[in-house]
Write a new protein. Structure first.
Length: 414
């Protein structure tokens, strides 16, 4: 216990104690505060470390996961690469296969096309042959009819001749009995003489040169060549106008001039029977007008078994043939095609020459050639054709000759 009263010295000590106590307390407070701060700091840094540690662990795990994932992706990638290689190889093989297939397909396609074409051609040929057969059958029938008509005419003429001979001998007897002189039997006849001159054949092989579609810029040249070889030929011209002297030369120089229709226009010739008939009579009239001669032989444009008439009137041919006969005419095709009209560009001289000489194998060769402005090679080949035929033993005749063959062709041409 302190005493109540004070002592100056004691007071001074008291004061010092107070200060000391105060400082001590302050110091303790400060110390506690510092310790608390240190403890707090230690605690909080320890928390932070453990946080970081767990973060690091997390990252480590993440790295290891990523690494694993990466490894797995790498292996997948190499698998895919291998697959890709394999697919590439397959693709290349397929490419090769595809090319092979395409080549095969192309070749098969062209084979199919060829077969189709051939098939079509065969069908057409078959149809043509059937039609030709029909025409030939019909023609045959017409000819048989005509033949029987002619036979009956011949027998009538024969009986007329016998009657005349009887009359003649009766008259002879009367004259003789009256004491007058009687001329010898027979006598000269211009027509007979002409026929004999035109048929000097001794081998029996006769070539009948025929020229269709005239007249042309080559007509005079053809006539000159024929004159040079003293060969008579047969012309089946159309009407070309302003060429009177060419038609006249044909007749004057002893060639046979037939009828090949006025225009040769298939539409005009083969659409109707009346049109067909008028195509013949118009040309006959014109030729008569400029030459004085009326043709009695005829050649169908395209030949009698042409297929072109079907484009205009498929049933016309039989009636057309009858029309020719009704006009008192005969028609002629050919059995040797020079081929000079086989191509629109024209055949070469050597082709025409070899065609004629190779195809003329029969005793009576009716040779088809053309007299048009595009057939210069025919004219070039003509001298050698004549010489070649002579070398093969042929003489020459015209289709007006009494023993000329009535050739009905099976080869369509112009
Ligand atoms: Zn013709």
């Amino acid at each position: 216990m302190e005493t109540e009263y004070s002592h100056p010295r004691r007071g001074k000590t008291k004061k010092k104690l107070k200060v000391f106590r105060f400082l001590t307390v302050l110091f303790v407070i400060l110390f506690i505060a510092a310790a608390a701060a240190a403890i707090y700091s230690a605690i909080s840094s320890s928390n932070e470390i453990s946080g970081l540690k767990s973060q690091i662990d997390g990252l480590r795990k993440e790295i290891s996961d990523t690494t694993n994932e990466n490894l797995s992706l790498k292996s997948k990638y190499s698998d895919l690469e291998a697959q890709n290689d394999e697919l590439n190889k397959k693709y290349e093989r397929l490419n090769v296969d595809t090319e092979t297939f395409q080549t095969t397909i192309t070749s098969l396609q062209s084979q199919v096309t060829l077969l189709n074409e051939e098939n079509e051609k065969l069908s057409t040929d078959f149809k043509e042959i059937s039609d030709t057969l029909d025409t030939v059958r019909n023609t045959n029938k017409s000819l048989t009819d005509r033949n029987s008509t002619l036979s009956s005419q011949v027998s009538k003429l024969n009986s007329g001749l016998t009657a005349l001979q009887n009359e003649n001998s009766a008259l002879r007897k009367i004259i003789e009995s009256s004491g007058l002189s009687v001329p010898e039997e027979g006598g000269t006849d211009e027509g007979d003489k002409k026929v004999t001159e035109q048929n000097p054949a001794t081998s029996g092989k006769v070539a009948y040169l025929t020229f269709d579609d005239g007249v042309s810029k080559y007509t005079n040249e053809i006539l000159d060549i024929l004159a040079r070889y003293n060969v008579k030929a047969t012309f089946f011209p159309n009407w070309k106008g302003n060429s009177n002297e060419k038609y006249k030369r044909m007749v004057d120089e002893g060639h046979a001039v037939g009828n090949h229709t006025y225009s040769h226009e298939y539409a005009d010739v083969y659409t109707s029977v009346s049109g067909f008939k008028s195509e013949i009579t118009r040309l006959n009239d014109k030729i008569k007008e400029v030459t004085g001669y009326t043709p009695v032989i005829f050649r169908f444009p395209g030949g009698s078994n042409n297929t072109v008439h079907r484009n205009y009137n498929k049933d016309i041919m039989q009636q057309a043939i009858s029309t020719v006969f009704d006009l008192g005419m005969q028609y002629y095709d050919w059995n040797v095609n020079s081929g000079d009209a086989d191509s629109s560009k024209g055949a070469s001289k050597s082709t025409i020459l070899s065609n004629v000489l190779a195809r003329a194998t029969m005793d009576k060769a009716v040779i088809l050639m053309h007299d048009t402005n595009t057939k210069g090679t025919t004219v070039e080949a003509l001298p050698e054709i004549i010489e070649g035929l002579i070398a093969k033993g042929y003489s020459f005749g015209t289709l007006l000759d009494t023993d000329a063959p009535v050739v009905h062709s099976l080869n369509p041409a112009n």
